[in-house]
Design a protein around this ligand. Structure first.
Ligand SMILES: [Zn+2]
Length: 484
């Protein structure tokens, strides 16, 4: 179907985008309206071709290419050429003039939890798209519930990749015993059942696995082997019985920079011995309490005993393991990201129940004494060490944990990655190319060049000048269709 109205439709969608996700009914009606207005026409499939003209392309690897034409066919980028180049069969091409705007690949959030906060679960996918997040990695939750959610959510929705539950030890940390620790985890079993466990997860829809902190070393190794044999990538926390340089090289990503402080300490062996002893002696109680106690007693002493030479040895084992530092989470209590001037507006887009709960939490935070800044500062310091030693870094938020507004918080994370020492282009790669590499999809998604899926954002300003410009989203394309 020929179409001439792309620009008008987009400005309509943009005008109303502020209303999205305010109230479920309004949001549904709005989606219907937009679908009616430009639903069928917005597709670049069915042989239709879309040409984005006069656009400045920002590729996370090759950088800025000014004044380009980007041809999209059947949801895939098929050409990126200068504005002067002729495109064959022009009569059949729909044109979209994006003069003076900037085209970047759709962003990923590498660390989210759809089923952490029930009042927010159904609203998250829309929020991700509103903020230009076209792919997410769910790093922990019940697999049946998540697989069903992924099927049930109406299109358009971001590409959702699932790990299923946190695979934990006999004492499960996220066991559902309290509202702050919903049942995201499960007992992974022992080494002899690992293969069965991973097979069942894949059967149920898991794309990768997530290993958690109280798993025993033999189980860890067996889970890794089982996932490898099924070509499933591995995300992991450092199991507390192990160190980052023994567990890390076998995983594809590690989360939160947590427990790197122990591995980087001059007295790491002594701290590890104590830790292992306490875990062995723990025969009764909550996994959450066991873990919290260990972190509380060992984190700051380990940071105080930082040994650069030892740390370099550790980091050099991680050059093939993506670190997802979740700086927003690690610095949140200290930097109070909820005090950002645009935070109230972003909060207002959440379901009312979530808003109430979060406002109460902010009030509690405000009354609490200032948080110890050591771990926040350590996280930012370690970022520089990772960059210097060539350890890959991915962008993830842990949304909605720690008051992370889905979608919005990824842009805060990008800013913090730059504070931590990345260039704006490196930060962009951390949210595009690097997550694609985790899934072995770097040939099909994450960049702007022929062969890549057309998940794209149009920005008003150049994000290479200032990473904050990723917040200025004019339009979002998912698989060749404008969806915002
Ligand atoms: Zn998490």
């Amino acid at each position: 179907m020929p179409r001439q109205h792309t620009r008008t439709e987009l400005s309509l969608a943009h005008k109303y985008s502020g209303l999205m996700a305010h109230r479920p009914l309004k949001a549904v009606m709005l989606v219907l309206l937009i679908t009616l207005v430009f639903g069928a026409c917005s597709k670049s499939d069915e042989g239709n071709r879309l040409l984005i003209e006069n656009v400045n392309v920002v590729d996370p690897v090759s950088g800025l290419l000014e004044n380009q034409q980007v041809l999209i066919e059947n949801g895939v980028i098929t050409a990126v050429v200068g504005s002067e180049a002729a495109i064959a069969s022009e009569a059949k091409i729909e044109r979209f003039n994006a003069a003076e705007q900037y085209l970047v690949p759709g962003l990923w959030d590498m660390h989210v939890h759809f089923v952490y906060e029930p009042s927010l679960t159904d609203a998250m996918a829309d929020l991700f798209l509103d903020y230009g997040i076209t792919s997410v990695r769910d790093t922990g939750g019940d697999i049946e519930q998540l697989a069903q959610l992924r099927d049930r959510l109406p299109a358009p929705k971001p590409n959702i990749y699932l790990s299923g539950p946190l695979l934990d030890g006999r004492f499960v940390v996220y066991d559902g015993s309290d509202v702050t620790r919903p049942p995201l985890g499960t007992y992974a079993g022992n080494a002899s059942t690992a293969s069965e466990t991973v097979a069942a997860l894949q059967q149920a829809g898991a794309d990768f696995i997530k290993i958690y902190e109280l798993v025993q070393p033999a189980t860890y190794d067996a889970l890794v082997q089982a996932a490898r044999s099924r070509s499933m990538p591995i995300a992991s926390h450092v199991p507390l019985m192990m160190t980052a340089d023994t567990a890390g090289p076998n995983a594809d990503s590690m989360e939160h920079l947590r427990n790197l402080e122990l591995a980087c300490a001059a007295n790491w062996q002594e701290l590890l011995n104590t830790r292992q002893q306490r875990i062995r002696n723990f025969t009764e109680g909550l996994g959450y309490a066991l873990r919290a106690g260990l972190h509380q007693d060992q984190r700051l002493p380990a940071i105080a005993a930082y040994d650069e030479e030892r740390c370099n040895q550790v980091l050099d084992t991680l050059t093939n393991t993506i670190q997802v530092p979740t700086l927003r989470l690690n610095t949140g209590r200290h930097l109070r990201h909820f005090e950002r001037p645009d935070w109230p507006d972003a909060l207002a887009k959440l379901p009312e129940e979530t808003q109430r709960t979060w406002q109460a939490q902010v009030a509690l935070f405000s009354l609490a004494p200032a948080a110890d800044p050591t771990f926040a500062q350590w996280s930012l310091f370690l970022m520089q060490r990772l960059l210097q030693r060539g350890v890959p870094i991915g962008a993830g938020t842990d949304a909605p944990i720690g008051l992370a507004i889905p979608g919005y918080s990824l842009h805060t994370e990008l800013e913090l990655l730059v504070v931590g020492g990345m260039t704006a282009q490196q930060a962009l790669a951390a949210a595009t190319v690097t997550p694609a590499r985790f899934f072995n999809k770097e040939d099909s998604v994450g960049r702007i060049r022929p062969g890549m899926r057309a998940d794209l954002l149009l920005l008003a300003k150049n994000p290479l000048d200032d990473i904050k410009h990723t917040r200025g989203i004019k339009a979002v394309m998912l698989g060749g269709d404008w969806v915002r």
